[in-house]
Ligand binder design. Structure first.
Ligand code: FES
Length: 170
């Protein structure tokens, strides 16, 4: 009985192709398991585009499970004492973890008084997050950040952040 060489070659080529595709898929799957899960990446870094914020506007964002206040300063706020600014272009921002340094309540921002007030024991922080009254022993903490264009990236330490006094860092 004659062997059809062309059919045999076709079958061998097809089997080889399937094996190659299967091998590539196995390698791809293996490499994907080495990447961190998207949820893990998202939990570590929070990116906030502040380009649309108005002077005096405050936003609360979540960073590693904690609230963070981002306040765009008005010119008088930017000129105030205790200034610990985050600069984005020519604008200045207060960026602080919104957890009272006394016993961990969440202070509210009082726009009319330009201060953060903690309702638990009456602690107050100025517009820069510096403790000015009551039991809080130190300023609101500044989370690690870097500025990229119009975006404040929480969770990565830029050069500005590295210059901040260690006791102010989260
Ligand atoms: S927890 Fe804020 S003043 Fe006590």
């Amino acid at each position: 009985m004659a062997v059809d060489e062309s059919k045999r070659d076709f079958i061998l080529t097809a089997l080889g192709s399937f094996a190659g595709i299967g091998g590539a898929a196995a390698v791809y799957s293996m490499v994907k398991t080495w990447d961190p899960l998207p949820s893990v990446v998202a939990a570590g870094v929070t990116k906030v585009d502040v380009s649309s914020m108005q002077a005096g506007e405050i936003r609360t964002v979540e960073f590693r499970g904690k609230p963070v206040y981002i306040l765009k300063k008005t010119p008088d706020m930017a000129a105030s004492k205790n200034n610990t600014n985050v600069k984005v272009g020519s604008d200045q921002y207060t960026v602080v973890v919104a957890i009272c340094t006394h016993l961990g309540c969440i202070p509210a921002y009082e726009a009319d008084k330009k201060q953060f007030k903690c309702a638990c024991h009456g602690g107050e922080f100025d517009v820069n997050g510096v403790n000015t009254f009551g039991p809080p022993p130190k300023p609101l903490a500044i989370p690690p950040y870097k500025v990229v264009g119009n975006t404040i990236v929480l969770g990565e330490e830029g050069e500005e952040y590295k210059k901040i006094a260690p006791e102010l860092k989260a």
